[in-house]
Design a binder for this molecule. Structure first.
Ligand code: FAD
Ligand code: DHB
Length: 394
């Protein structure tokens, strides 16, 4: 096992792997420590929407070939409410698009690229803990095959997701935490069924929110709003399909949802969370380790990618010229973008879900907002700008 590296990275999710590969392209050495197996992280079903900037980043990193071949480029989305669909045309509004490409495929491409460049990923690195964060040689200790190891680093990147060990290792009182949970969750399925629509459909229905997405011309990805403490056992496939039919139904009855065997099913909680600052001594937090957004804006993975991009550039500046300017501003730069994305994700979530206990006034206000967003060019332009990804600046 490696005992010394420039950047020790905890977590082989999108944030950790993108960071590791960007550092490699800058000639900087890193070691990624991942608690799970390679198979597990390559099969974990999560997000699916890549902003145009994320696609460009991956392409520029040299891992865009399969993404270009298999990714589904979308030039708009549909909002459905009061039984009617409303198309938002990203291309004509902001000249940009998004690509549907599953997160686990991004992870597979990144793992392949890292290993092909002799990158070091230690899978099943257990009990990771970080030490001496304010010294010049922070350390990561972990077990592999029952043997304890210590990795001495110049810097540590905490890319270990929301439930990781890095953020909780920052001493009490250093971080300000902003946290909001929502009184609903998403039940998601993957189904062996051709997508019933060419574009994503975000539906606001009396029975609750529903989202139609896809993974390929043969596989649909569908979500419905449910209670946060719902037991998945209460949702046999037939009940899920029944709700999906009802929540996507159009007034004219013309639209049809295609069913197919359900191959995966899970419930995800909804949360907004920010830790400020995203750094402590020589520890930098990136991605879900630092912030969580509710999935309605499809932003989690994209935000993880921009954090990695800023951190890689800051470290590259340090190793090439000794400059710590960008490193000192890492948190400020990332959080400025993060809060805009937090606002967008909260806004989409508030506009599209049925809020338990909402008043008739709140309900009408919500429908008026959807009406405005889908009929005003100014409002739909703002939505399109956010959805396809805000410009990336340092
Ligand atoms: P992660 O992808 O969480 O990666 C962190 C990595 O660190 C993992 O591989 C983990 O195994 C590893 N790790 C954790 N602890 C340790 C440790 N102690 N030691 C070593 N390794 C460790 N976003 C959307 O936009 N749309 C969605 O539909 C959507 N669905 C989601 C469903 C679920 C169940 C979850 C959890 C998230 C979902 N997200 C979704 C959010 C999106 O997937 C995340 O924002 C994205 O994965 C963030 O990437 P990351 O690299 O920061 O974190
Ligand atoms: C998907 C997930 C999202 O959170 C979203 O807003 C749109 C699509 C998806 O998994 O395809």
């Amino acid at each position: 096992m490696p005992e010394r590296t420039q950047v020790g990275i905890v977590g082989a999710g999108p944030a950790g792997l993108i960071l590791s590969h960007l550092l490699h392209l800058e000639g900087i050495d890193s070691v990624v420590l991942e608690v799970h197996t390679r198979k597990y992280i390559e099969e974990r079903v999560r997000a699916g929407v890549l902003e145009q900037g994320t696609v460009e980043l991956l392409t520029n990193m040299g891992i865009g070939d399969r993404l270009k071949r298999e990714g589904l480029v979308h030039h708009g989305v549909q909002f459905r409410f009061r039984g009617q669909g409303h198309h938002i045309d990203f291309q004509s509004l902001v000249g940009r698009s998004i690509t549907i490409y599953a997160q686990q495929e991004v992870v597979k491409d990144l793992v392949n690229a890292r290993l092909a460049s002799n990158g070091q990923i230690v899978f099943e690195a257990m009990d990771a803990s970080v030490h001496d964060l304010t010294s010049k040689s922070p350390k990561i200790r972990y077990h592999k095959d029952g043997v304890e190891h210590e990795l001495v680093c110049d810097f540590i990147a905490g890319c270990d997701g929301f439930h990781g060990v890095c953020r909780p290792s920052v001493p009490e009182g250093v971080l300000t935490i902003y946290d909001r949970t929502y009184p609903f969750a998403w039940l998601g399925i993957l189904a062996q069924a051709p997508p019933s629509s060419e574009e994503l459909i975000y539906s606001n229905h009396e029975l609750g929110f529903a989202l139609l997405s896809m993974r390929s011309p043969e596989i649909s990805r569908l979500y419905i709003q449910c209670d946060p403490d719902e037991d998945i056992a209460n949702w046999p496939d037939a009940r899920i399909w029944e709700q999906l039919h009802l929540r996507f139904a159009t007034r004219d009855g013309a639209w049809k949802l295609t069913e197919g065997p359900v191959i995966q099913k899970n419930i995800a909680e909804m949360r907004s969370f920010v830790a400020d600052p995203m750094q402590y001594g020589r520890l930098f937090l990136a991605g879900d380790a630092a912030h969580i957004v509710p999935p309605t804006g499809a932003k989690g993975l994209n935000l993880a990618a921009t954090d990695a991009r800023v951190l890689a550039r800051a470290l590259a500046d340090y190793y090439s010229s000794g400059s710590t300017d960008l490193m000192q501003r890492y948190s400020e730069i990332c959080l400025r973008r993060c809060w805009k994305v937090q606002h967008f994700s909260w806004w989409m979530t508030s506009m599209l879900h049925r809020i338990p206990g909402e008043s008739p006034f709140d309900r009408q206000r919500q429908l008026a907002e959807l009406d405005y967003v889908t009929s005003s060019r100014a409002a739909s332009t703002a939505l399109a700008e956010h959805y396809t990804g805000l410009p990336f600046t340092f």
